[in-house]
Design a binder for this molecule. Structure first.
Ligand SMILES: *[C@@H]1O[C@H](CO)[C@@H](O)[C@H](O)[C@H]1NC(C)=O
Ligand SMILES: *[C@@H]1O[C@H](CO)[C@@H](O)[C@H](O)[C@H]1NC(C)=O
Ligand SMILES: *[C@@H]1O[C@H](CO)[C@@H](O)[C@H](O)[C@H]1NC(C)=O
Ligand SMILES: *[C@@H]1O[C@H](CO)[C@@H](O)[C@H](O)[C@H]1NC(C)=O
Ligand SMILES: *[C@@H]1O[C@H](CO)[C@@H](O)[C@H](O)[C@H]1NC(C)=O
Ligand SMILES: *[C@@H]1O[C@H](CO)[C@@H](O)[C@H](O)[C@H]1NC(C)=O
Ligand SMILES: *[C@@H]1O[C@H](CO)[C@@H](O)[C@H](O)[C@H]1NC(C)=O
Ligand SMILES: *[C@@H]1O[C@H](CO)[C@@H](O)[C@H](O)[C@H]1NC(C)=O
Ligand SMILES: *[C@@H]1O[C@H](CO)[C@@H](O)[C@H](O)[C@H]1NC(C)=O
Ligand SMILES: *[C@@H]1O[C@H](CO)[C@@H](O)[C@H](O)[C@H]1NC(C)=O
Ligand SMILES: *[C@@H]1O[C@H](CO)[C@@H](O)[C@H](O)[C@H]1NC(C)=O
Ligand SMILES: [Cu+2]
Length: 554
């Protein structure tokens, strides 16, 4: 009796699944790149935006949907948009980094990004991927699970996106240009922002404060995105703990914390229970920086507003970790575990070891006769004049070399006493090549050439597993034994700790040309970037798709 009852339930469940509307939808968006006057910090200034909004519009999709985004450039700057974390299977044409997968959309032109969101759900984001324009050209991507598929945590009452950013009072392109011209570090930002607003710790900011209204007793899902150009950030809400459930659109084993750390490029979903005495509480964000270099150390705030509480009530202030709290960051990262890890590569076909270096190269016109430079395996990446993916697809010679070294030319004490010798770098547009479907282990090793610093690294076209992390020099004979191959966090952007290393693994099953770079824009500008050519497989469905007809040309 019990048996047949269960059987009937199973049958009903099956029928329900079959009849539920799971068909993928086509979601169309129009992105107009326009210069708009936005008022922040006491005065209005023109910034480059999508549809006049800052932050830009949120893209909503379900796993499996097709997104069709027509980007029309009405501004004077060249533009491209990157869909950060979308895997773009066989479809690098829609990935967006300028001169890597496409030529820019020039003033007066349009390009339609047409891509499917396959096998991914959670919070991602989109941003300009040319010059420093992503400072103001960015927004959230919310990928809901397929129809009828619940979250692996209790259904929240409501959801909200919190985009953390950096604000300059001057034109951000002038800041970048001035840094390049002088060969020095560019000016740091004037403020941090939460959903585009700096909050009341800044002058004339009462109207420039984001507030999130909550009902007492309810649970909220907060989708937090670090869209800052150059700053790792802490985030906390006064009086409330946060339960981390997802990072970079990959579910995690839930854990509770009073603050999070989030690097540029990363996303973190947290559950917030409005379970404190009804009131007003500040949310706050501020930089994490554990080496003594100048950084925008100003705190942006927003308000968690319990429904019905008068806005005259002074908000409570949260305690953020100290700006140099490395121990908090290490402990936080150690808690990140995949909820249900997919196929973590257990064996490795290809081992890569890349050193991250900051240095100086000759520059006769610069202030010191030198300019700051950054490199991987001592190679400072030189941007090509035409897009690498096109050059690869059509076999155009002379655009790049396929000889990026798998390891540095010579081993040295990477994180030893500050290394002031060999501070020059070698320049080139050199790419690494990877066989289709091979498993790759990449160890990113920070160095003390010039100085140590932490670097958030982003790989396009893939998620990877973060199998290990440590301080000091990576030890090939000892460290792999400590790798987590059971439930390592899966993500698309990972921090390499100051004076330390991070090991990632992925299966190269997405053919194309994929950018990999530090997500601190200042370091990317200095050349801390490279790209992989992942070869086609043998089957017809294992090669890069043909390019769309409206792909921009250079
Ligand atoms: C994209 O938008 C522009 C401006 O509205 C329009 O002229 C163009 O036809 C659109 N392209 C496509 C493919 O719809
Ligand atoms: C997206 O999915 C649709 C439907 O399966 C398919 O026709 C289309 O070719 C896919 N597009 C890309 C870029 O993969
Ligand atoms: C950078 O900061 C310096 C010193 O405050 C200032 O003189 C300069 O105008 C700033 N540059 C830009 C592009 O805003
Ligand atoms: C937050 O979590 C900590 C550690 O689990 C706990 O001691 C504290 O009481 C919690 N605070 C709130 C407001 O729930
Ligand atoms: C923030 O940085 C400025 C300039 O770098 C410095 O003068 C100031 O003391 C710092 N403030 C704090 C609270 O660390
Ligand atoms: C962090 O900064 C504080 C204040 O500047 C300083 O006293 C402390 O020594 C620093 N801690 C570390 C671990 O560097
Ligand atoms: C370059 O010049 C600046 C400003 O004059 C100075 O602060 C800095 O120490 C110099 N850097 C190097 C590497 O010489
Ligand atoms: C590397 O440098 C550090 C600090 O300068 C030193 O403690 C360590 O012994 C060196 N390691 C090797 C293998 O030389
Ligand atoms: C990096 O390359 C430059 C230029 O070839 C060279 O002078 C320097 O010694 C190299 N540095 C290292 C650490 O390999
Ligand atoms: C990739 O390799 C794995 C392990 O050998 C194999 O199971 C899988 O089918 C291959 N995938 C493709 C697309 O060839
Ligand atoms: C825009 O991109 C095109 C194609 O690469 C290039 O020729 C042109 O100089 C760029 N324009 C600006 C203003 O950078
Ligand atoms: Cu960096």
């Amino acid at each position: 009796m019990g048996y047949s009852y269960a059987f009937i339930l199973m049958l009903l469940g099956f029928l329900f699944l079959v009849s539920s509307p799971t068909e993928a939808a086509i979601k169309k968006y129009q992105f107009d790149i326009v210069v708009s006057s936005v008022s922040r910090l006491c005065h209005a200034k023109p910034i480059v935006t999508v549809n006049g909004r800052f932050p830009g519009p949120t893209i909503y999709a379900r796993e499996g949907d097709r997104l069709v985004v027509n980007v029309t450039n009405h501004a004077q700057y060249n533009m491209t948009i990157h869909w950060h974390g979308v895997k773009q299977l066989r479809n690098g044409w829609a990935d967006g980094p300028a001169y890597i997968t496409q030529c820019p959309i020039q003033s007066g032109s349009s390009y339609t990004y047409d891509f499917n969101v396959t096998g991914q759900q959670g919070t991602l984001w989109w941003h300009a991927h040319i010059l420093w324009l992503r400072a103001t050209v960015h927004g959230a991507i919310v990928v809901m699970p397929k129809q009828g598929v619940p979250y692996p945590f209790p259904q929240p009452y409501q959801e909200a996106e919190l985009i953390l950013g950096e604000w300059w009072n001057t034109d951000v392109e002038q800041v970048e240009k001035q840094g390049n011209l002088l060969g020095l570090a560019p000016n740091m930002s004037d403020a941090h922002t939460i959903n585009g607003k700096p909050g009341p710790l800044f002058p004339c900011s009462e109207k420039h404060t984001y507030a999130l209204e909550v009902e007492s007793g309810k649970t909220y899902l907060l989708r937090i995105i670090n869209a800052a150009l150059n700053d790792d950030l802490f985030f906390a809400i006064a009086g409330h703990n946060l339960t981390v459930v997802e990072i970079d659109a990959s579910y995690t084993k839930p854990f509770t914390t009073d603050a999070i750390v989030i690097s540029p490029g990363q996303t973190t979903n947290v559950l917030l229970q409005a379970n404190q005495s009804p009131g007003r509480y500040f949310m706050a964000t501020r930089s994490f920086m554990d080496v003594p270099i100048p950084v925008d150390n100003k705190t942006a705030t927003a308000i968690l507003q319990y429904k019905g509480v008068p806005t005259t009530v002074l908000p409570a202030t949260p305690r953020l970790p100290a700006p140099n709290d490395t121990a908090f960051v290490e402990a936080f990262n150690a808690k990140l575990r995949s909820l249900s890890p997919g196929n973590v590569p257990l064996s490795v076909d290809r081992r890569l070891f890349y050193t991250i270096g900051l240095g100086v190269d000759p520059c006769p016109s610069c202030v010191n006769g030198t300019r700051l430079a950054a490199s991987l395996n001592n190679i400072t990446f030189v941007m090509p004049q035409v897009a690498l993916l096109q050059a690869h697809y059509y076999g155009v010679k002379g655009v790049f070399r396929l000889d990026f070294p798998d390891k540095p030319a010579a081993a040295f004490n990477y994180t030893g006493v500050p290394l002031t010798a060999n501070l020059g770098t070698s320049l080139g547009t050199r790419l690494g090549t990877i066989a289709f479907n091979s498993t790759v282990e990449l160890v990113l090793q920070d160095t003390n050439l010039l100085m140590v610093e932490s670097h958030p690294f982003h790989l396009h076209g893939y998620n990877f597993f973060v199998v290990g992390q440590g301080i000091g020099n990576f030890d090939r004979s000892k460290d792999p034994a400590k790798f987590n191959l059971v439930d390592p966090p899966e993500r698309n952007t990972v921090g390499v700790p100051t004076g330390g290393w991070t090991a990632i693994r992925f299966r190269a099953d997405n053919p194309g040309v994929w950018f990999m770079h530090c997500h601190l824009e200042v370091h990317t500008s200095w050349g801390l970037k490279m790209a992989f050519v992942v070869e086609n497989g043998n089957e017809p469905d294992e090669s890069t798709l043909p390019p769309p007809k409206d792909l921009p040309t250079c």
